[in-house]
Ligand binder design. Structure first.
Ligand code: F0G
Length: 461
């Protein structure tokens, strides 16, 4: 429990007004949006916790860097600044910018996977799973059992279950496992960190079976912060030293730079030293994303990323950021509202399955709570549970997720302590009328990534 707020290590120079609708207006808006929070207009949202991706506030230095955008088709100076900044942090020889994380996945996955192949991860993010499946391969999650127990403290609930990983490789045949993916932090398990020891052990297994280990690096800096705080031997190391060590164990990485590089658009692919693989990646980047020295981004975006990567590993910034989650967790403890504990790096994952025990997984408790938070206070979160998981691609049946979370993702450097208090007050108000909250059923859904566009209606009781 932590009620001490580590104040923002920045001051505010520019403000963006936000609107507050009435409850009646919000009820009408959410109905119009078919109870899908992605279909709301952002101007109808008061506190937007839909994602921490691309929603951060850039610094004065980043905006100044944008003015130095060199928009040459090839060889822009911002490209070289970005490569140096990324090489400095990750210690990798080869770096390729792309326009976001899933673009990196689109470039890389078909090189490693195809029909009959498997990707094994501590947990696939939804777009990562989609890109695995689009190649014809299958995605298997292999998370440690303690992640499933949302109540008991464990310092690294994002870890790979390494014993199970070995069993899976033996069962499937090592030639059929195209890639092992380590997602740091582990978003879908609650933004939970992965320990250095677990990265090292996973790398040893990957090496033994000659399978490439890829890091999904979206929140690598937050992961490094947790290692510094929680793992023996790291408290005196800098975030950069820890990051370098984490990446030294892997073969390559994909990264959505919209999170820990604190930019609104951008991504990276990194390859440690496999020149041949990097040539293939470059060859695919040109038709899919654009020439290698811009990779789907403007020169100014490359510059903002070069600067943001360094700002994202600043210790005081990370202390404030993780402190926001800890502040909310402390308040939830007092209110006895269940969440994935200890709290993760980029979001509070409320355990909606437990908060709304009268709603079964196939009526989507995580989605039900997200809708209710919008109705209650104009707060937009999202489901990370059975609604997001969708249907089994082979049987077409609804998957029962290991978790039913409502994720409240906190944009970087955007909201103040008072906003966090509004979120807690809204959850407490909902707690006091929990039995009145309905489950939801789907009226229409697309085949893949359904949570973005499907249409829902409340279930009548
Ligand atoms: N990997 C992880 C772990 C992610 O969390 C995301 C995006 C991606 C890959 C894809 O990156 O959006 O730049 O294409 N996560 C966002 C989220 C969307 O809200 O958690 P992208």
């Amino acid at each position: 429990m932590n009620n001490k707020y580590f104040a923002e290590p920045f001051k505010i120079k520019m403000v963006e007004p936000i609107t507050i609708l009435t409850r009646e207006e919000r009820l009408a808006k959410i109905k119009e949006a078919n109870y899908n929070l992605f279909s709301l207009k952002s101007e109808d949202v008061y506190i937007d916790l839909l994602s921490d991706s691309g929603t951060g506030a850039m610094s004065t230095n980043q905006w100044a860097g944008m003015m130095n955008g060199d928009e040459a088709y090839s060889g822009s100076k911002n490209y070289f600044n970005l490569i140096s900044s990324a090489q400095d942090i990750f210690g990798y020889e080869y770096i390729q910018p792309v326009h976001q994380g899933r673009a990196a996945e689109k470039v890389v996955m078909p090189i490693l996977l195809g029909p009959g192949k498997f990707a094994i991860s501590n947990m696939h993010f939804d777009t990562t799973r989609a890109h695995v499946e689009l190649t014809g391969a299958r995605a298997i999650d292999c998370i440690v059992p303690e992640a499933l127990d949302t109540k008991t403290y464990a310092p690294f609930k994002g870890n790979m279950d390494v014993l199970r990983l070995v069993e899976l490789i033996e069962e499937l045949g090592k030639e059929n496992v195209g890639v092992i993916i380590m997602t740091i932090t582990n978003n879908s398990a609650g933004g939970q960190p992965v320990s250095m020891e677990n990265i090292k052990n996973t790398a040893e297994i990957a090496n033994k079976y000659n399978i490439p280990l890829m890091i999904d690096a979206a929140r690598f800096a937050e992961n490094a912060f947790f290692i510094k705080e929680r793992e023996e031997g790291y408290k005196d190391k800098s975030i950069k030293e820890i990051a370098r060590e984490m990446f030294s164990h892997a073969h390559l990485f994909t990264m959505s730079a919209k999170k820990d590089a604190i930019i609104n658009m951008g991504g990276l692919i990194g390859v440690k030293n496999d020149k041949e693989l990097f040539e293939v990646i470059k060859g695919r980047t040109i038709p899919l994303e654009g020439f290698i020295s811009y990779g789907g981004l403007s020169g100014r975006d490359l510059e903002a990323m070069a600067i943001g990567l360094q700002e994202g590993i600043d210790y005081n910034y990370l202390k404030y950021r993780i402190g926001q989650m800890e502040y909310m967790a402390g308040k939830l403890d007092i209110a006895d509202i269940p969440y994935q504990s200890p709290v993760g790096g980029h979001a509070v994952f409320v355990n909606a399955g437990e908060f709304l025990p009268h709603i079964p997984y196939y009526e989507f408790p995580g989605q039900a709570l997200a809708v209710e938070l919008y109705i209650e206070a104009g707060i937009r979160g999202c489901d990370i549970g059975s609604y997001m998981m969708g249907n089994d691609p082979d049987t077409g049946k609804q998957i029962k997720s290991q978790f039913e979370f409502t994720r409240l993702a906190i944009p970087r450097r955007v909201y103040t302590q008072s906003h966090l208090d509004v979120i807690i007050e809204a959850l407490i108000a909902i707690k006091n009328r929990v039995n009145t909250i309905p489950g939801y059923k789907i009226n229409w859904e697309p085949k893949i990534l359904r949570h973005f566009t499907s249409r829902l209606i409340p279930v009548d009781k």
